[in-house]
Ligand binder design. Structure first.
Ligand SMILES: CC(=O)N[C@H]1[C@@H](OP(=O)(O)OP(=O)(O)OC[C@H]2O[C@@H](n3ccc(=O)[nH]c3=O)[C@H](O)[C@@H]2O)O[C@H](CO)[C@@H](O)[C@@H]1O
Ligand SMILES: C=C(OP(=O)(O)O)C(=O)O
Length: 431
């Protein structure tokens, strides 16, 4: 367990390049197992979730050559010869579920646990995954563990309408349907930038998929996929983290390689908190000394709000960053997490800094911003973006704060401490 020690109060300023998106690289890396040909990945972030998958595949015979400095990885599964038991699947990461289609394609049968752990944001259910795999031709038996079998190692096409736009379920459907016999359709598909990245990668590998970026994917299965050269998309969570850090500390931050067309709602959420974000080409900019006042709605008696839901709504993983920012913002604002029932479990930690926030039900939070804050020792839950949010607040308050158990940040953000320190922060890891 590592704690983050933060000497706060410095305005963070400078230019920074974000890394590749964890939620893009993980499904794409799993998808490489759908082909025997070599795949090259670029802009690969050196994060702990990916390292676990790399270790897993290396143990099963895959050849993985990763130049961490250049961020380039060459993956070759030609010698994949697994000796698997269920306990060997990587632990403590949601993306373990993304191994199912490719392992089924390779092995015809896998044994899995029903409790796939990721961030502790509520129940991370497996049923929708099993439902789409069943629709695509697998047989599921047992309870704990579950056995999933794919007769003949070929998926069969299906038309499926999801209960809700699930990111990883959409990704699993796309990976399995890409090699199914016939044409599949997924309705109510998720369309987050990382889902689009995976679909784009599958297309680069020879999959026939229509509807990229929409809620309806039509996939015509092909006999086999081939090798490709794929660049992992910029991590928009990291872009927003750096911008929010500039705003919360009063500095000027310029983030390169941003994707402006992802930013309409994000810019509006910042504006609601009195922060102006602008783009010069692909550089996202927050200037120093933002007003940090809640933008009043024109409707009288309306509490301003930021609501998060599946894309193209404001992303739920960005909500903690906005909550951190709101502790410095004059006024009252309502946050509505439409996705997770446990997304606000970390809010009591904010009170230790002196912030005023009320969780009014499992999905709603009201922050009374602009109260005086003081340094504190806080505990991070097993939620990546909550750990980042607590570190943000710590960095904004003069004096020493400690965010205990913050190492979960390493699941998504390579060189987090080095990056922030390059902007003028003073952070260190302590074991
Ligand atoms: C590896 C990966 O890519 N992880 C992301 C992925 O997880 P993941 O794919 O696990 O998240 P899902 O999209 O399935 O949603 C998570 C949970 O939220 C609930 N739910 C979701 C949507 C909805 O409209 N109604 C509803 O009830 C369900 O209980 C579901 O189990 O998407 C989440 C939601 O963007 C992100 O937080 C995670 O970072
Ligand atoms: C919730 C997250 O990750 P996971 O789904 O892998 O737990 C996240 O990336 O914020």
């Amino acid at each position: 367990m590592s704690d983050l020690v933060v000497q706060g109060g410095n305005p963070l300023s400078g230019t920074i390049t974000p890394s590749g998106n964890k939620n893009s690289v993980l499904p794409i890396f799993c998808a490489t197992l759908l082909t025997d040909e070599p795949v090259t990945l670029r802009n690969v972030p050196d994060i702990t979730d990916l390292n676990k998958l790399v270790t897993f595949f290396s143990q099963q015979g895959s050849a993985i050559d990763w130049d961490r400095t250049a961020g380039v990885m060459r993956v070759d599964h030609a010698n994949f010869a697994p000796q698997l038991t269920d306990s060997e699947l990587p632990q403590d990461m949601r993306s373990t579920v993304l191994l199912y289609p490719a392992l089924l394609h390779r092995l015809g049968k896998i044994v899995v646990r029903s409790n796939t752990k990721g961030c502790s944001l509520g129940v991370r259910e497996i049923d929708p995954h099993l439902d789409v795999l069943t629709a695509l031709g697998t047989d599921i038996s047992g309870t704990e563990p579950l056995t999933i079998a794919l007769p003949g190692r070929r998926f069969t096409a299906a038309r499926t309408w999801l209960d809700y736009m699930s990111v990883t379920v959409t990704e699993n459907f796309a990976m399995a349907a890409a090699l199914a016999d016939g044409q599949s359709t997924l309705m109510n598909a998720a369309s987050e930038p990382h889902v689009q990245d995976l679909v784009g990668a599958l297309i680069a590998m020879g999959a026939q998929i229509e509807g990229l970026g929409t809620s309806r994917l039509t996939i015509t299965g092909v006999e086999k996929l081939h090798g490709a050269d794929i660049t992992i998309g910029t991590d928009y969570h990291e872009v927003v983290t750096f911008l929010a850090l500039g705003a919360i500390t009063g500095g000027e931050i310029r983030v390169e390689n941003s994707v402006p067309q992802h930013f309409d709602l994000i810019t509006r959420a910042f504006a609601r908190l009195g922060v102006k974000v602008r783009h010069e080409g692909t550089t996202a900019i927050v200037e120093r000394n933002q007003s940090l006042r809640i933008e009043p709605p024109r409707t009288s008696n309306l509490l301003p709000k930021i609501e998060a839901a599946p894309w193209p709504y404001f992303s739920v993983d960005l909500l903690p960053l906005m909550i951190a920012l709101s502790t410095h913002t004059e006024g009252t604002i309502h946050f509505w997490n439409k996705v997770y029932e446990n997304g606000f479990s970390w809010i009591p930690e904010l009170a230790k800094f002196g912030a005023h926030a009320v969780v009014s039900d499992p999905h709603r939070l009201i922050v009374f911003g602009g109260r005086p804050l003081r340094p504190a020792v806080v505990d991070s839950p097993y939620i990546i973006r909550a750990a980042v949010a607590l570190a943000m607040v710590a960095a904004s308050i003069p004096g020493e704060s400690i965010v205990r158990h913050a190492e979960i940040i390493k699941r998504a953000h390579p060189r987090f401490v080095e990056n922030l320190n390059s902007l003028g922060a003073q952070l260190t890891w302590r074991d």
